[in-house]
Design a protein around this ligand. Structure first.
Ligand code: RVK
Ligand code: MG
Ligand code: MG
Length: 301
């Protein structure tokens, strides 16, 4: 497994997040090509997952929740969603456990936001060669804050897309085969429908407005994970994938972050424009984190 792809995945997330951060929630669908100076909660929580996988040499729920909380308390201003800080508080102050599906006490049926999917990529890297384990760990890492089926399935598809991207070895990406594998892996009809529509949109080279209409660009996992997968599949390089993802507007930082994770895992750090790498906040730390994650994975094999 190439270390450059682990680095590409984590840096790609932070860059996609920083590229979209300024316009989260806007209707602006023009193109931006320069990243802002800060990333948001998406990257902060993804860093937390990577730190915990390294720390525990795999998944450990208590440790992951503790790291999420520690990172949140250090930087509460990163622009977190409404639910997670409340859940952190329940764990910290009320001594609740990470696996109590605490989001069900905030939202009926639990949160279907994209907060689990946006942070999940390191799990896709770490368990890329263990698909059953991947599903199980994605489930556990999601329910700390997101236990709605749509949030968990979105996180699974995002992690699985990262695992496919990081292990893809052909000279050229077979988009339809990639999509086919995602379709075969999903256990949810609503995601399956979106993946089927995605195939038609790819074939038609559909207008952006149509993509937004059919795939969505919102804060719900179902309306953002498909948009990120599509942004990766419809473009031919990393830069264009990220510019395209953010140009869909809506939850731009998160769609940018998730696209960056998949595209970074596929293309590797070498294909990230230098001007983005140079401007990225905490770049060295994130790159080292990817290296450490790669080492822990290598030593476990
Ligand atoms: C601010 C009704 C529900 C729901 C349910 C909606 C950062 C709510 C990142 C809620 C991401 C929102 C984003 C987010 C990640 C979810 N019924 N509405 N059952 N479940 N929602 O609070 O971590 O930007 O409108 O779990 O998923 O950049 O406010 O947070 O864009 O989804 O936050 O869900 O958010 P939360 P999150
Ligand atoms: Mg964010
Ligand atoms: Mg967002």
């Amino acid at each position: 497994m190439e270390i450059s792809r682990f680095k590409g995945c984590l840096l790609g997330t932070a860059i996609g997040d920083s590229l979209g951060a300024g316009r989260e929630g806007s209707f602006d669908i023009s193109e931006v090509r320069d990243i802002g100076s800060r990333y948001t909660d998406d990257t902060a929580m993804l860093i937390g997952i990577a730190e915990s996988l390294i720390n525990s040499r795999g998944f450990n729920g208590d440790d992951m929740a503790e790291i999420f909380i520690k990172n949140y308390l250090r930087e509460p201003w990163r622009g977190y969603g409404w639910g997670p800080p409340r859940i952190f508080n329940m764990i910290l102050k009320d001594r609740r456990r990470w696996d109590e599906m605490l989001d069900k006490e905030l939202y009926p049926g639990g949160s279907f936001g994209n907060g689990a999917a946006m942070r999940i990529a390191p799990i896709g890297l770490f368990y890329y060669d263990e698909p059953e384990k991947l599903r199980d760990v994605v489930h556990k890492a999601s329910i700390i804050t997101h236990s709605h089926e749509l949030a968990i399935e979105g996180a699974f598809l995002q992690a699985y897309a990262v695992s496919l991207a990081v292990s893809e070895s052909g000279p050229e990406l077979d988009r339809y085969q990639f999509l086919q594998k995602l379709k075969e892996s999903t256990r949810n009809r609503e995601y399956l429908k979106k993946l089927q529509i995605m195939e038609d949109l790819l074939k038609d080279k559909a207008e952006r407005i149509k993509v937004i209409k059919y795939l969505g660009n919102g804060i719900e996992a179902l309306n953002s994970v498909p948009a990120a997968i599509y942004s990766f599949l419809v473009n031919d390089d990393l830069e264009e994938s990220l510019v395209y993802a953010v140009s869909l507007g809506g939850d731009a930082d998160t769609i940018g972050a998730m696209t960056g994770a998949i595209a970074g895992a596929y293309y590797g750090i070498g294909k990230i424009p230098i001007r983005w790498i140079e401007r990225l906040e905490n770049r060295q730390y994130i790159e080292n984190l990817a290296e450490r994650l790669w080492q822990v994975k290598r030593d476990k094999k």
